[in-house]
Design a protein around this ligand. Structure first.
Ligand code: PSV
Ligand code: MN
Ligand code: MN
Length: 430
């Protein structure tokens, strides 16, 4: 395996922080032991945690108003893989990359797969894109894609998704995530039921092209770009469609795709209960689909989501929802944001494993709301940073990934190799 970053830089970084980490780890081990918890079991669990990185996340996303390109942005999918490899090398928590077509245009899928494998990476779900028009595209998606009134538009959108499956197969992916921005901006613009009927008709054709061992993830989103009625706006619609399509279709929860204050953890519980929880796009938000770094605004919500997942895993040991970060970075170095976010999601996962479920169930049975809430809070308030750092260290990563990355000078090096572009736009970067 060829590393993008020199392993000796990681080793030098770790040797400086090792003594401090060992002291912090021993102190936390003592705290947990008094609660009857074994730190080694938790560290082993943390080492198994993995979340996919979106290829588009390593570039600067931009907003509706502007995009201010970052230094050394990757110019193609191979350079994106290099940045993803750094993230995984330092965090050891992001072994797969999620591609978006046609933003990522692999001319040679076999070469891409080999390059990824040489970097120690594999491919997670592939994402289709029928929410933008591409240069040379025959039919416009201005008035919808899978739900469009015109048959030729729907056929083109279906074919694109089938092409994504074929490309994903060549890359070793096992799932297709479909998010469509289709909807209406005005009451009366389209027939609400008719649009969903057309969506289902299109999705049935995509589903028919799905290999046996693949999953189809339906991603809902409350609004934007449609501001009056989005066809797949909520988990209820997503659930109904996934149910209508069949067992390979499940729902994907992007944390930013709900109205403010929505109880997302309850949605997670419901989807898990009825066998339709497919996966997650992790990010954080204050107002809408802000795509801010995971855990940066509402880490308690992230913890509560993982608390439901921990509960669900006890009920269904085979439950394996797909985890991916879906963030847009505008004011930070994307590599730093993605490394921090991977650690934040991993943190929530470990904190959820700390919950004393026997005590929680007893408090619930006794209607002791106060102690039930405190049981969750105790787990959430526990600083599991030493566990995360030790998990990284033992897996060959960096004790402090951002510090190690900054010291390595990686951004300066790639900035010299990847000249700045002006006027670049869209998450496709190139
Ligand atoms: C839509 O807002 C979304 O969350 C979907 O996952 C897209 O594929 C992604 O963002 C890319 O911008
Ligand atoms: Mn998403
Ligand atoms: Mn989104």
């Amino acid at each position: 395996m060829t590393s993008v970053m020199d392993a000796s830089q990681v080793a030098a970084h770790n040797s400086k922080l090792l003594a401090q980490l060992e002291a912090d780890y021993a102190a936390l081990a003592g705290v947990l032991a008094r609660r009857g918890q074994d730190i080694e079991a938790l560290t082993a669990q943390a080492r198994h945690f993995a979340v996919a990185v979106p290829s588009w996340g390593v570039g600067t996303g931009g907003t509706r108003f502007a995009r201010f390109p970052g230094r050394g942005e990757p110019r193609n999918v191979f350079e994106k893989l290099d940045d993803c490899a750094v993230i995984h090398q330092l965090t050891r928590a992001t072994p797969t990359v999620s591609l978006h077509f046609p933003w990522d245009r692999p001319e040679d899928a076999a070469e891409l797969r080999e390059t990824a494998a040489a970097r120690g990476l594999g491919f997670d779900a592939v994402n289709s894109n029928t929410f933008q028009d591409q240069a040379g595209q025959q039919h416009s998606y201005k008035f919808g894609s899978l739900t469009a009134g015109r048959l030729e538009v729907r056929e083109q959108a279906v074919q694109h998704n089938l092409d994504c499956i074929a490309l994903g197969q060549a890359l070793g992916s096992k799932a297709l995530t479909v998010w469509v921005g289709d909807g209406a901006n005005f009451p009366g613009q389209h027939n609400l039921r008719g649009a969903l009927e057309r969506y289902l008709d299109s999705m049935r054709q995509i589903y028919a092209g799905l290999p046996d061992d693949w999953s189809l993830f339906i991603e809902h989103k409350l609004f934007e770009p449609a501001f009056y009625a989005t066809t797949i706006a909520d988990w209820g619609t997503s659930f109904a469609c996934a149910t209508a399509l069949g067992s390979k279709a499940r729902c994907l929860v992007d944390l930013g795709h709900h109205a403010p204050n929505t109880n997302i953890e309850m949605i997670v519980a419901r989807l898990a209960q009825f066998g339709k929880l497919g996966g997650f796009h992790f990010n954080d938000s204050k107002y809408g689909d802000d795509d801010l770094d995971s855990g940066s605004i509402n880490p308690f919500q992230l913890f509560l989501v993982f608390n439901e997942l921990a509960d669900a895993a006890l009920r269904e040991p085979g439950l394996r929802p797909a985890y991916m970060l879906d963030q847009s970075h505008n004011v930070t170095d994307p590599i730093e944001s993605l490394m921090s976010s991977a650690a934040e999601v991993q943190r929530a996962y470990v904190q959820a494993a700390l919950v004393d479920r026997t005590a929680l169930a007893a408090h619930q049975q006794d209607n002791d709301a106060h102690q039930a809430a405190q049981t969750l809070k105790q787990a959430f308030r526990t600083d599991v940073s030493p566990i995360l750092a030790m998990a990284r260290l033992r897996s060959g990563g960096a004790i402090d990934p951002v510090a190690c990355y900054r010291a390595s000078g990686y951004r300066d090096r790639v900035a010299a190799q990847r000249p700045a572009r002006t006027g670049a736009s869209s998450s496709g970067i190139v």
